[in-house]
Design a protein around this ligand. Structure first.
Ligand code: URA
Length: 242
């Protein structure tokens, strides 16, 4: 939603997750909504989002919503699945927004770490498109000690994962100790880190995404389950500083 765009009041509020068009008509009757400081009279009136107040409060992110988020283990990156969803960490209203707030790629249920969410389709595309080369760094804990060959195998660009048609792009692994490493990926395939280590005979026991491009989880200061709203421009600048 761009600034100064006008939209029907009921449509605007229902797309921001406040309630149904019927709810909006009801709130107008109750005098809860103002437009330019005057009580709203008609749900069909075209308005600018910045001029609307509900119970005196400005609208919740009417120009779009983008977040950086520290996903905890145990929650699922989905709107549809049952069980604990990442969306439980955000205000309930955000789950009813249109366009929907979606994660930029996904982290597995048992993976924690840095995740971006946005309702901006262009930003989502920008961050996932191979053209923009946004690397992702993972901290990995392993069941068995590293054998010593993993760095070369992962960097080779020849590692084939079961069911895939192309080998993995070269990835950089750094050893922390015999059961821990970091791995920088330049693409995002389904369960990629777990499958890469499985392909060299090991098993990932703990996985966290600690960096997206230049933005580290540590520098965000976010604890597991916490998020912060950002503008798309600020986010792009954090990920790929000019
Ligand atoms: N690789 C995985 O195996 N899982 C993730 O969640 C992310 C990368």
């Amino acid at each position: 939603m761009s600034k100064c765009k006008t939209e029907r009041l009921d449509r605007l509020l229902s797309n921001l997750g406040y309630g149904s068009r019927k709810d909006v008509a009801h709130w107008i009757k109750e005098g809860l909504i103002t437009v330019d400081d005057q009580p709203a009279k008609s749900a069909s009136r075209k308005v600018e989002a910045d001029s609307v107040r509900i119970e005196g409060k400005p609208l919740d992110h009417p120009d779009g919503l983008t977040l950086i988020y520290h996903k905890a283990t145990g929650s699922v990156c989905s709107h549809k699945e049952t069980g604990l969803l990442i969306y439980a960490d955000f205000p309930e209203r955000w789950s009813d927004r249109k366009p929907p707030l979606s994660s930029v790629g996904r982290l597995d249920k048992e993976t924690s770490g840095l995740l971006i969410l946005t309702d901006d389709g262009h930003l989502n595309h920008h961050l996932t498109s191979p053209k923009h080369h946004v690397s992702k760094t993972y901290a990995v804990k392993l069941d068995s000690p590293l054998s010593g060959s993993e760095q070369d195998v992962f960097a080779s660009g020849r590692l084939m994962l079961e069911g895939d048609e192309k080998p993995c792009l070269p990835a950089e692994m750094t050893v922390i100790n015999e059961n821990e490493a970091t791995l920088v990926l330049h693409e995002g395939r389904y369960h990629q880190v777990r499958r890469m280590f499985a392909a060299v005979g090991n098993r990932v026991t703990q996985l966290a995404r600690i960096r997206i491009g230049a933005l580290t989880l540590e520098q965000t200061g976010l604890e597991a389950g916490e998020y912060r709203t950002v503008t798309p421009d600020a986010l792009i600048n954090m990920i790929s500083p000019r």
